[in-house]
Write a protein that binds this ligand. Structure first.
Ligand code: ADP
Ligand code: TYD
Length: 200
């Protein structure tokens, strides 16, 4: 089973992923978690480039680098683990490319981005995608003391477009499960686990 988490920076993805991993492990499941971009040596090196505030990266290059990091992760780690019956949880997946590069940067037409996403993953589709829906104001309040990476320096207009991108996906992708992320950590966790429980 492939489960992905999406949402703007600071929406609580890492927090919820670690609660979910703990719960599923307790129940006896094998669980592996990867963050995007990252998860393999090659993908972590690409992540270093993508998040480095000293680098200027063109919008199309950025999109292709995120996709390259993903392609390596899927081929090297995710596909083999899914074959072994492991539950794989991804902290972001190609929906982030639609929201950040498609809506945020407006790098390419969405149709082209969907094709690149399919090519990079050889048509892998998550079983569940949890969209942690949080306002931009609350997310920036939660992360105001964090150091900003290259993406996070893109500014408010960019993030407003990214937010709209996730909202668009939530409306158009049936696999998206929208979770109200404004609440306390345990209530959010319970909602997520309730959706999964009967499918395990
Ligand atoms: P993301 O992985 O989406 O960037 P994190 O899980 O790292 O988000 O959370 C960002 C910050 O918000 C962290 O300091 C985290 O402890 C805090 N946080 C996470 N979930 C909640 C919540 N439900 N309520 C309040 N603060 C939260
Ligand atoms: P990260 O620190 O992992 O995210 P978060 O702040 O949510 O914990 O940083 C990854 C950054 O890369 C984040 O700003 C979102 C962005 N990103 C894209 O722009 N496109 C993508 O396809 C992916 C996977 C991430």
């Amino acid at each position: 089973m492939l489960i992905t988490f999406e949402g703007i920076d600071g929406s609580g993805k890492s927090t919820q992923i670690s609660l979910l991993k703990e719960k599923l492990t307790e129940l006896g499941h094998r669980v592996e978690v990867f963050r995007e971009p990252g998860g393999t040596d090659v993908s972590e090196m690409i992540r270093g480039m993508l998040l480095n505030p000293e680098l200027e990266i063109s919008p199309v290059t950025e999109l292709l680098l995120f996709s390259s990091a993903r392609s390596q992760l899927i081929a090297e780690k995710v596909r083999p683990l899914l074959k072994e019956g492991v539950i794989v949880i991804l902290d972001r997946f190609y929906d982030s490319t639609v929201a950040y590069q498609g809506f945020g940067r407006q790098s390419m037409p969405l149709e082209q981005i969907h094709q690149i996403n399919a090519a990079a993953t050889q048509n892998l589709v998550p079983d569940y995608t949890f969209y942690l829906r949080l306002s931009l104001d609350e997310a920036s309040e939660r992360t105001k003391h964090f150091e900003k990476d290259r993406m996070e320096r893109a500014g408010d207009t960019f993030y407003t477009r990214v937010f709209k991108g996730f909202e668009h996906l939530a409306k158009t992708e049936p696999r998206f499960k929208t979770i109200n992320a404004e609440r306390d950590k345990q209530s959010i966790h319970k909602d997520i686990f309730n959706i999964l429980e009967s499918k395990l």
